[in-house]
Design a protein around this ligand. Structure first.
Ligand SMILES: Cc1cc2nc3c(=O)[nH]c(=O)nc-3n(C[C@H](O)[C@H](O)[C@H](O)COP(=O)(O)OP(=O)(O)OC[C@H]3O[C@@H](n4cnc5c(N)ncnc54)[C@H](O)[C@@H]3O)c2cc1C
Length: 389
């Protein structure tokens, strides 16, 4: 089965340069990141050395245009790197991917001046955070209350955000809020870049979580932060369009992250059942175990194939792939949870103990069904797309 997944990987449309980079990322993931993942999970310490090693490979540059200090590669190559890093350490994978999620709207919708001023910081390794969620605005982001009030050549930002990945460490924050002069719940949504060190930006705390324990999830307060008007992305009131467009690119990315977790759980489980003996036989010789492994393998193979399908669509410039991205996020995250759960089951009592990686993978998998739109929201979106009008 590992051969089948390897054969699938070999079909991924990458250039020779991209394959070389992916080989370096895999080596980094295997040799430096994976061996420290257990310790980061236990201590909750931010994986600074991993972030530095990722930057030493120049990975942020792969999604920043050349004019702003980047060396762009394909979206498919980006997805392959997210998966490789997340397979080694899900917390590190999401820290890196979050910078992409936060900065892609700036790359796609920012002005020339904004990109020249802000993107070189990211190309050289800066961290980004994407700040949408608020206490009263989760699945329905349009309920957000953060307020953007124009004041001459500044915008005063007041309010707060919760659950912000990289919120405690980011250099640049993409913040969504409502334009005070527009009286329309959806039509007021706007977006701006808030820079680290802006007076009034407070990191109130970070969450104590089930998984991804080394990735900071921050509660932020904006106490009348004055942001230069030049940091407004698009016109006032265009934020919702920007938000939806950016989610289309971040959802395949969180799916690639989930599939990294799933792949790790599958590989561990397959190796374990080939070794573990009961009743004088390897447990893989029991048909019940073979069936479980077959279901895990089939699910993983199909989700991975769909990941590369969506990657190809994006690289080909498809104008609309929102449903495809949603299908991918839904199935990849459900697969990650199911495969990690079955991996724990296949390890028996050992799977429930921290000595084995599957215990962590099980905890790390859960959030993938919740963030970037819960899976109920994705089912709703996909279902609605099938209504004939
Ligand atoms: C570790 C972590 C990291 C995160 N990182 C970020 C980040 O970087 N940036 C950011 O902005 N946010 C982030 N989030 C927030 C995340 O995206 C939200 O938690 C998620 O969107 C759900 O919102 P909620 O928690 O308010 O749940 P709610 O929206 O309150 O949902 C509660 C339950 O109701 C269900 N539900 C809600 N509406 C419907 C509906 N219409 N139909 C059916 N069921 C429904 C949900 O599926 C869920 O099961 C993060 C969260 C966590 C835990």
């Amino acid at each position: 089965m590992a051969a089948l997944l390897d054969r699938l990987d070999a079909t991924v449309a990458l250039s020779a340069e991209e394959r070389m980079l992916l080989d370096s990322v895999r080596a980094l993931a295997r040799d430096e990141i994976a061996p420290k993942a257990e310790e980061h999970d236990r201590t909750g310490e931010f994986p600074r050395a991993n972030v530095e090693a990722i930057n030493a490979l120049g990975l942020n540059a792969m999604f920043v245009p050349e004019a702003y200090g980047g060396t762009p590669l394909s979206y498919t190559a980006y997805l392959a790197c997210v998966r490789a890093l997340s397979q080694a350490c899900a917390a590190t994978g999401i820290i890196w991917a979050t910078t992409f999620h936060a900065m892609k709207p700036l790359i796609d919708f920012g002005t020339e001046e904004q990109k020249r001023r802000l993107l070189p910081r990211i190309a050289t390794g800066g961290l980004g955070a994407l700040a949408i969620t608020e206490p009263e605005a989760g699945s329905d982001a349009t309920g957000m209350k953060t307020r953007f009030t124009p004041a001459g050549d500044a915008i005063v930002v007041s309010g707060g955000k919760i659950f912000i990945t990289n919120g405690d460490v980011a250099d640049l924050y993409l913040v969504f809020g409502k334009w005070s002069e527009i009286d329309d719940s959806k039509g007021a949504i706007s977006a701006l870049i808030l820079e680290r060190g802006t007076p009034g930006l407070k990191i109130l705390r970070t969450e104590d979580k089930l998984g991804h324990r080394a990735s900071g999830t921050a509660v932020l307060a904006f106490e009348n932060c004055r942001v230069p008007r030049a940091n407004l992305l698009g016109a006032p009131g265009t934020g919702l369009r920007l938000l939806l467009a950016s989610l289309n690119k971040s959802r395949p990315s969180v799916a690639a992250h989930a599939l990294g977790i799933a792949r790790a759980a599958f590989e561990d489980a397959a190796a374990y059942v080939n070794e573990r003996q009961q009743s004088g036989r390897r447990i893989i010789d029991f048909q019940g175990i073979q069936f479980m492994l077959a279901d895990m393998a089939a699910e993983l193979a199909l989700c991975e194939a769909w990941l590369w399908h969506v990657g190809r669509l994006v690289d080909a410039g498809a104008p609309d792939f929102a449903v495809e991205a949603s299908v991918l996020k839904l199935r990849a995250s459900d697969a990650a949870m199911r495969i990690a759960t079955d991996a724990v089951q296949l390890y028996g009592g050992y799977g429930y103990c921290k000595d084995y990686r599957v215990e962590r993978l099980f905890r790390d998998a859960k959030i993938t069904q919740i963030w970037e739109g819960t899976n109920q929201i994705h089912r709703q979106f996909i279902g609605r797309s099938l209504i004939e009008r």
